[in-house]
Design a protein. Structure first.
Lengths: 367, 156, 349
């Protein structure tokens, strides 16, 4: 008979990416049982959505995955615009694709920096954030805010994109790949990094699907599934990119898949910026004073590929100006639920590394 | 297809073009088992919708091999539906969430407790009759567990 | 002439015995002040170096170039309340940070620093006091982990306990290879000097630095010094992303500052030791009156190398480190011992 040490990680802990709390039962250094406790950032966005107008709900989605807020906005609008029967014009769709991918780059960079910190690497964090700041500068130029952008709106985007901003974005796509390779080398050319990640936290295909894991984590486990390819929304069917897949399923695979996604996203941005057509950036049917009086009916389930995985928004309308029920499929919520399986019988250090590869953002898990 | 699935009704009625199967809750588990055998290997989402006089539970199923997406709907008057944890592990947290916020009891779930809110929270926030005026405060007891209280002096 | 004899000369009007006593005290005070200033400068250097490496500016507000930042931080920490955890073991909890600090300053006192212009040789115990200063030095630095262990056990915190457990596992696995590689140095020095256990005489025999003769030895010793100071590749004991700060989790205020300074002090001490044992210490191409300068230059280069390692490496896992210590460092240090034995005999050193 053995006695376990009960250790409480978090909610205030350097490596919990916010307010994750983990109750661990330790056998020496080895974790025998792990129970995540969440809800410390819970504000019930789904209920708040029912209380406000369709157009106003956008800011609630900004604050879900706050490091990739554009992705959240476009995910919500995918569903809301269908419910309200308002289509964004072509130009707005292209701008949304550009913003989505820039946001994805920013989100993955935050992840890469934080993952380095989890493993004890101090320097890559600053390299990643310096690059991310350039994206946030572009966001500031385009809508005035750095993180919670609130840039898109029902019927298009809030402000038109100017040629100067397009130049800045193109300039970023020129300089960024070089810096990205530097950051990449900083990680993978390090033997200790490889030894901390190779073969650690192996998530096999069946478990991943069973637990509803999506996004880069699922692709690292050998499932070639990306909503952008499988069920293209916006104009993702008109841009050229590839979906990286790994069959190893370990920490290193998740790391490599995310870095390859960064490269693909740069490619998409570069292509999409050049392809933005002329025309209105906003559907006049959704003019500002009218916006809150739009009535939605029916149900719609929209799936989009956020930085963390498959972000689904299920809206039930009852013909009123406010949604009847909004349900969010949070990818990180599902990805976190697999952590007890991955961390079982692993060492504390490995558990921290594994939870680093899950890319946790608590605004989205707790909603 | 209809004979095989019993009394279920299948139709496309949303704007998203997703096939919706409506099943009675008594037949839900068998139906889901059949669906899983048909290749729907992922339970993507569980949603509870409060229709005022009854609760509607919507399951989104995903088949990764054929990239098929379907909805399964069931209704319940007393807020009890069978749990699907034995079929899909992803139901474990989703059912806890729907129990927490919507108050749907999933029969057969081995650990059906609240996931976001403290255990003694009064009411289920996503219910339409939930009283928003009744403010509850959260505090932590000596063992580090959260609890909810109506006393503003106790909480923070 | 040495610093000690100069001080004796200075105090000589007071009589024989008082002047000797006073000059010991004065020399110790000078050493403590220099060590403290050295530590403060190290912390400043680290922050500036780290900032440059990470595309930042670093401290630049307090004083010119932020030079007084460390002083300001020290004052802030001194003014902070020390929070005492409930259920602590009181005496060990209070004593633990002091043990590390005392060990550190004592270790600095044992080292020979060579000579500096008119001051003469800067040494406290070695040349004047003892001929077994190698043993004394390693005895002193073996005290320092006791502070970590006591801190971890006494603060009644699971993170601190795990941290000190890891510290013990780490210390046990690198101390043996470290001692064996020093043994090789002592053995080589024994061919040239009558006092091979005195650091001072070891360094004076180093016309060709031992690091060149024993490349394996310097590698093992350097790795051990990184582990001794416990910074990033080997900082399992205080790994901030896993155990918050390990054994110092429950410390605050000045007691925490002591652990923090102990970390930097250990880096400086390790750099001095590597340069003394393996890089020729205070020997330099020019006249021996510049000994301190050579030693400091060598140590500073090693310090910057340590910082680069610290800032760019991820943390190794504890079981892998124990493996490294017993399966790689120990055999390597043994091979090194045998090779340097052959070298000592065969080349008639």
């Amino acid at each position: 008979m053995s006695e376990f040490v009960e250790l409480n990680f978090g909610p205030q802990h350097p490596s919990t990416h916010g307010v994750l709390r983990l109750k661990a039962k330790l056998d020496g250094e080895i974790i025998r049982e792990l129970e995540p406790v969440i809800g410390y950032l819970h504000r019930d966005a789904e209920k708040l959505c029912e209380l406000t107008f369709y157009a106003d709900n956008l800011i609630l989605f900004d604050r879900m995955d706050y490091v990739g807020s554009m992705l959240m906005e476009s995910g919500y609008l995918e569903a809301a615009e269908k419910i309200l029967s308002i289509d964004p014009p072509e130009r707005a769709q292209w701008i949304r694709v550009v913003m989505n991918e820039l946001s994805r780059i920013a989100a993955h960079l935050v992840w890469a920096g934080a993952f380095g910190l989890d493993l004890g690497m101090l320097t890559p964090f600053f390299y990643c954030f310096a690059e991310r700041d350039k994206i946030l500068d572009i966001f500031t130029e385009i809508c005035g805010t750095r993180q919670e952008t609130n840039y898109m709106s029902i019927g298009g985007v809030y402000q038109d994109i100017t040629p100067e901003i397009m130049d800045h974005i193109l300039e970023f796509t020129e300089t960024f790949p070089k810096r990205l390779e530097e950051i990449y080398k900083l990680f993978v050319k390090n033997d200790v990094f490889i030894s901390r990640n190779k073969g650690i936290g192996v998530l096999d295909r069946e478990t991943a699907i069973d637990y509803g894991v999506t996004g880069p984590m699922l692709r690292a486990s050998g499932v070639n599934y990306d909503v952008r390819k499988a069920k293209p929304y916006l104009v993702y069917d008109k841009v050229n990119f590839e979906v990286p897949v790994s069959y190893k399923g370990d920490n290193l695979a998740r790391f490599l898949v995310r870095f390859e996604e960064l490269r693909q996203s740069v490619k998409i941005v570069r292509e999409a910026v050049k392809k933005i057509p002329d025309g209105p950036h906003f559907n006049p049917k959704a003019k500002k004073p009218m916006m809150i009086r739009l009535r939605g009916d029916g149900e719609y389930y929209a799936r989009t590929e956020s930085a963390k995985g498959e972000f689904g928004v299920y809206i039930v309308g009852d013909g009123g100006v406010k949604p009847y029920r909004v349900r969010v499929r949070s990818p990180t919520f599902k990805n976190l639920s697999v952590l007890p399986v991955l961390a079982k019988d692993q060492m504390i250090a490995d558990m921290v590394a594994i939870s680093g590869t899950l890319d946790l953002v608590f605004g989205e898990i707790d909603r | 297809m209809k004979e095989q699935l019993g009394e279920s009704v299948s139709a496309v009625n949303g704007k998203d073009g997703i096939m919706v199967h409506t099943v009675a809750k008594e037949r839900l588990f068998e139906f889901m088992k059949e669906m899983k055998e048909k290749g729907f290997d992922s339970l993507s989402l569980i949603t509870g919708v409060d229709r005022k006089d009854y609760l509607e539970v919507v399951y989104h199923l995903h088949n990764f091999a054929t990239d098929e997406y379907v909805e399964v709907k069931t209704t319940t008057d007393n807020g009890v539906v069978p749990s699907l944890v034995s079929l899909w592990s992803s139901a474990r947290w989703d059912e806890r969430e729907e129990y927490d916020l919507m108050g749907i009891k999933f029969e057969g779930h081995e650990n059906l407790k609240r996931i976001f809110l403290p255990e003694n929270w009064v009411g289920h926030p996503l219910r339409k009759d939930y009283n928003l005026k009744n403010i509850q405060y959260i505090n932590m007891d000596k063992d580090g567990e959260d609890y909810a209280t109506f006393d503003p002096g106790d909480g923070w | 002439m040495s610093l000690y004899s100069r001080l004796v000369g200075l105090f000589s009007p007071l009589g024989n015995l008082p002047s000797e006593a006073l000059s010991y005290i004065a020399e110790s005070l000078i050493m403590i002040i220099i060590a403290t200033l050295g530590l403060a400068f190290m912390i400043y250097l680290f922050r500036k170096f780290m900032a440059r490496l990470q595309l930042r500016i670093g401290p630049n507000r307090v004083g010119k170039f932020g030079l007084l930042q460390v002083v300001a931080d020290g004052l802030k920490l001194a003014g902070k309340e020390s929070i005492f955890p409930k259920g602590r073991d009181d005496l060990p909890y209070r004593v633990a940070p002091l043990i590390g600090m005392v060990g550190l300053i004592l270790a600095f006192a044992v080292l020979p620093y060579g000579s500096l212009f008119w001051v003469g040789t800067v040494t406290i115990f070695d040349a004047s006091g003892t001929s077994v200063s190698v043993i004394l030095l390693f005895a002193i630095i073996a005290i320092m982990p006791i502070g970590e262990v006591l801190a971890g056990i006494s603060s009644r915190n699971k993170y601190a306990l795990l941290g000190s457990l890891r510290s013990i596992a780490k210390d046990v696995s690198f101390e043996v290879p470290m001692m064996i590689s020093v043994l090789a140095v002592v053995m080589m020095a024994s061919a040239r000097t009558a006092y091979p256990l005195s650091i001072n005489s070891i360094v004076t025999t180093e016309i060709l630095p031992y690091g060149i003769l024993e490349p394996l030895g310097i590698f093992v010793f350097m790795v051990s010094m990184v582990a001794r100071a416990s910074y990033t590749p080997f900082d399992m004991g205080e790994s901030d992303s896993e155990l918050i700060t390990g054994y110092s989790t429950e410390y605050s205020g000045m007691r925490f500052a002591m652990f923090y300074m102990g970390l930097f002090g250990s880096i400086l001490l390790g750099s001095f030791m590597v340069s003394l044992f393996y890089l020729g210490g205070f020997n330099g191409p020019l006249d021996s009156s510049l000994g301190v300068v050579w030693l400091v230059i060598k140590a500073l280069i090693l310090v910057l190398i340590s910082f680069t390692i610290w800032l760019s490496m991820p943390r190794i896992r504890i079981d892998k480190f124990v493996n490294l210590g017993w399966k790689y460092l120990l055999p390597l240090s043994m091979i090194n011992l045998i090779l340097s034995g052959i070298l000592t005999l065969g080349m008639g050193w």
